[in-house]
Design a protein around this ligand. Structure first.
Ligand SMILES: Cc1cc2nc3c(=O)[nH]c(=O)nc-3n(C[C@H](O)[C@H](O)[C@H](O)COP(=O)(O)OP(=O)(O)OC[C@H]3O[C@@H](n4cnc5c(N)ncnc54)[C@H](O)[C@@H]3O)c2cc1C
Length: 445
């Protein structure tokens, strides 16, 4: 095969992947369907257009997004370089002028001698070339159909209804109890018990809470089995008591009785550092989620690493079909990158475009692809999406709950603990970069 690599999708992940490849001397054909065909959310013909917020989130090393960006800086991320160049004042966050940002990325990519941009919709993956698929949450319908055939129809999702996730550290274990319905010795669920008065107060706040406005293309999601918790609540005061908050089969060991209502939390990762609020997919605004869900006994101090949401999102079942090198399990010439892999967010998407680019370049040169260490945020995200439970797989953002943290639990101050995890992550990444000569002249042509 020639040293040409096809990158499909000129978003954040596709541009980052193309740049990493091109810098390593690989010829890249980058396919972007806009402006010939647009998505329901994009408005311009620019590469790397930000479809919503203009923020790349915090720069602080006490924040998962801050650590991820610092790691990307170490790996010469084009997306972070362009963001720094076009940043606008935003306190400790990195926010950009969205038009200048997309313009700058487009220019840098177009000017690179190893990248050729093709403005066309790709409807089938070419079988005679190595390829990175980075077509994002709004992958065109024709390509989605083709991917369905490639991955198996059960392994490609079109809508995404996710419940909030909280850190184990932030749960008040004096108020909650372990137990599965009809099995008090079970330890699959942590139950937050509510009295009748607590439930009624919670219910009132829930039905009066502010929700995100739906985009027209998201309407369908509501009617296809991803019922938000507030929509269930609108049906009547008792609906939740027969649905996700039903207390039957559970006995609170403190009272010896069945609670009036429960909220169940389920382990969200193998390390049990994150807990998912079962059945609590929601369109409530993020501030409202914090305010109302912190009324739940045991969650008063909850730290939300992901808020609940419902939106159109095309993503593959990565735990079933992808290697931690971002190659498809049964087709090592095919890489996936960006939000389509089940990461969530601008920088998360760009970060795994970066890994796909580095690994695809290595494979084309006959070297082994790399598995990034799970002590780093880049590696932890990929570890999460490739090892999560495939039956309940949902997208994930950068956060400290996905990095192994046992050795840091003795640090009681949470901010200091996060800083220590970040310092270790950056140290591990530096060693990894050195060991595999990732930034060496020999690697970057
Ligand atoms: C409505 C909406 C709002 C969001 N808001 C935020 C937010 O505020 N903050 C945040 O961090 N994340 C947000 N996200 C998530 C965000 O989109 C992604 O995290 C990020 O843009 C994904 O990067 P990506 O490169 O994977 O995909 P994208 O940036 O979407 O890039 C994919 C590219 O592929 C192109 N494409 C699609 N199909 C084809 C095809 N068949 N052939 C050729 N090209 C194709 C598209 O035109 C697009 O340019 C939002 C997502 C959506 C859908």
């Amino acid at each position: 095969m020639a040293r040409i690599l096809h990158v499909i999708g000129g978003g954040l992940a596709g541009c980052e992947a193309a740049w990493q490849l091109a810098e390593r001397g690989i010829e890249v054909y980058l396919y972007e369907m806009r402006p010939q065909k647009s998505t329901p959310a994009h408005k311009t013909d620019k590469l790397a257009e930000l479809v919503c917020s203009n923020s790349f989130r915090s720069n602080s090393l006490e924040n998962g997004a801050g650590l991820l960006k610092e790691e990307m800086r170490k790996l010469n991320s084009i997306i972070i370089q362009c963001a720094e160049k076009t940043k606008v004042p935003a306190g400790s966050a990195l926010a950009v002028d969205r038009y200048k940002f997309a313009e700058t990325v487009t220019q840098r990519i177009a000017d690179h001698p190893n990248i050729k941009i093709h403005r066309k919709e790709v409807t089938e993956i070419p079988s005679d070339h190595y390829c990175i698929i980075a077509t994002g949450p709004l992958t065109s319908d024709k390509l989605s159909q083709h991917l369905k055939g490639l991955t198996g129809s059960n392994y490609l999702y079109f809508y995404d209804a996710a419940a909030p996730i909280v850190t184990r550290d932030s749960i008040d274990f004096n108020k909650v109890f372990w137990g599965n319905r009809y099995d008090k010795n079970g330890d699959d669920y942590l139950n937050c018990p509510m009295t009748e008065a607590q439930y009624k107060k919670f219910y009132q706040e829930l039905i009066n809470a502010e929700v995100h406005e739906k985009k027209p293309f998201e309407e369908k999601a509501f009617f296809e089995g991803c019922m938000p918790i507030e929509a269930l609540a609108y049906r009547g005061e008792n609906t939740l008591l027969f649905g996700p908050m039903k207390p039957v089969g559970l006995v609170d060991p403190k009272t010896g009785k069945q609670p009036y209502a429960v909220v169940q939390l389920r382990k969200d990762n193998q390390e049990a550092t994150l807990f998912n609020m079962v059945g609590f997919q929601t369109s409530l605004k993020w501030g409202e989620q914090e305010r109302i869900f912190r009324m739940i006994p045991g969650l008063e101090e909850a730290e939300f690493v992901r808020y609940g949401f419902i939106h159109r999102n095309t993503f593959i079942n990565s735990p079933r079909i992808m290697e931690p090198t971002l190659q498809m399990k049964n087709n090592p010439g095919l890489f996936f990158a960006g939000q389509i892999t089940g990461v969530e967010g601008y920088i998360e998407s760009a970060s795994n475009g970066l890994v796909a680019g580095i690994n695809a370049a290595r494979v084309l040169r006959g070297e082994s692809p790399l598995i990034f260490p799970k002590e780093t945020m880049i590696g932890a995200l990929i570890h999460y999406i490739t090892t999560a439970n495939p039956d309940t797989f949902q997208p994930m953002k950068a956060n400290f709950g996905i990095i192994p943290n046992e050795e840091f639990l003795k640090i009681k101050d949470k901010r200091k603990r996060k800083r220590a995890i970040s310092q270790k992550a950056l140290h591990v990444l530096s060693e990894f970069i050195q060991k595999h000569k990732i930034n060496d002249k020999k690697d970057i042509k």
